[in-house]
Design a protein around this ligand. Structure first.
Ligand code: PSV
Ligand code: MN
Ligand code: MN
Length: 386
């Protein structure tokens, strides 16, 4: 299946944002496994992100997580990123790692806790002003564990009130991306459990409020590509947190568990005109047992491969088969694209861009892993939960 100039141009233009927390130590509920050479500071996380960009050429921005990446001077952090050939991207808020948030953050029954949580979200917008970031990502751990624990509808009112205040604070070019998650850490009710709830709140707010689809945050069997198609049609797909899951919110490498699902998602993205800048393509992953930078590189390549295959779908043939009601032919068009080996095409595009066609091998040869192990020895890792 030949790739025309439009396919090549789309692949050249595609970017994926990597998360600062993917580079630091992380773990499960049971254990954080320390790795040698992990970053000690936000600056060093950015340095690692810049290595991924150096080898893939498509990851020019790194997402921050506040307060994990708290610094005194965010403009200086942005300058540090620029000096490493990347920029600061989405600011992820954190209103879940404080004792005060035991019963929730913006939906907490106590107005004082709600004020504190809102204060943090507004501070994140201040940080975006300093870093030049476009997007604020909101994920809330809020919910309840027991029937009767709190008033479900009242919590929606409190959530809406906080979201309104954040929305009002956004600058002209800034957006808020509201993330949903089926469950965890709350197990009875979750205040933003699904795309419908997120979408409804975004609709109340206005066009700068968009839904973010974290691929790990659904019930087993959920048709994520349907959600993607629906949100794109509604003009409310703000972006993705890509990762893979086998059971729950596993945060494994994108495209590892179900590359076919990632292809189906990218097919809907392309069909809905969502491959442009208005969709933030991000990874949200933690690498607990595998080396982190190669895992991020692998994930980025998986996203590129899924995108390339989706771009190769013969859309006129697909439309014709659909119009004819030819179910098997329509399905075959999709499967032909999915079964195409796009790795030579992507290798060629990398070579054209002056990159090594094999980013994994280039990273291994670069000596970065050995150098950071030596240089960062003895430091305290800046990691998940830090
Ligand atoms: C928790 O589920 C979570 O994985 C969400 O997906 C957020 O995006 C991420 O943490 C970072 O806060
Ligand atoms: Mn996420
Ligand atoms: Mn998650």
């Amino acid at each position: 299946m030949a790739a025309g100039p439009e396919v090549r141009a789309a692949l050249r233009a595609q970017t994926v944002e990597t998360p600062s927390w993917a580079y630091g130590n992380s773990g499960t509920r049971f254990k954080v496994f320390a790795q040698a050479g992990v970053p000690r500071t936000p600056q060093e996380k950015i340095d690692d992100a810049s290595r991924v960009h150096a080898h893939t050429g498509v990851t020019p921005s790194v997402a921050l997580h506040i307060p994990w990446d708290r610094v005194d001077d965010y403009a200086a952090l942005a300058a540090h990123a620029a000096s490493r050939g990347v920029r600061l991207g989405t600011v992820n808020s954190n209103v879940f790692q404080d004792d005060d948030y035991r019963l929730g953050s913006v939906t907490h029954p106590d107005p004082a806790v709600r004020r504190k949580a809102l204060g943090h979200l507004l501070e994140c917008v201040d940080i975006m002003d300093a870093t030049g970031s476009r997007d604020l990502k909101l994920w809330f751990a809020d919910g309840t564990n027991y029937p009767g624990q709190d008033d479900i509808a009242a919590r929606q009112d409190r959530l809406a009130e906080a979201l309104r205040a954040v929305y009002a604070r956004l600058g002209g070019d800034q957006r808020m991306l509201l993330e949903y998650k089926l469950f965890e850490p709350s197990f009875y009710t979750t205040d933003v459990p699904d795309w419908g709830t997120a979408h409804a709140h975004c609709l109340e707010l206005g066009p700068k409020a968009q839904v973010v689809v974290d691929t790990g945050h659904h019930a087993p069997g959920t048709n994520i590509e349907f959600i993607v198609a629906f949100l794109l049609r509604a003009g409310r797909l703000g972006g993705f947190d890509f990762n893979s899951r086998f059971y729950a919110d596993d945060d494994l490498m994108a495209g590892a568990a179900d590359p076919f699902q990632l292809f189906r998602i990218m097919h809907e993205v392309i069909g809905g005109g969502g491959l442009g800048e208005q969709t933030a393509f991000m990874l949200d992953q933690c690498h607990n047992i595998e080396p982190k930078i190669p895992a991020v590189i692998r994930s980025v390549m998986n996203v590129q491969e899924a995108t390339a295959k989706a771009l190769l779908v013969d859309r006129p043939a697909l439309a014709a088969a659909q119009t004819d009601g030819d179910v098997l032919a329509a399905n075959a068009v999709l499967m032909d694209a999915y079964h195409t080996d796009v790795r030579p095409l992507l290798a060629e595009l990398r070579a054209d861009a002056g990159l090594d066609p094999d980013p994994m091998a280039a990273y291994r040869r670069s000596g970065w892993a050995e150098a950071t192990v030596a240089e960062r020895a003895g430091g305290t890792a800046a990691g998940w939960g830090a």
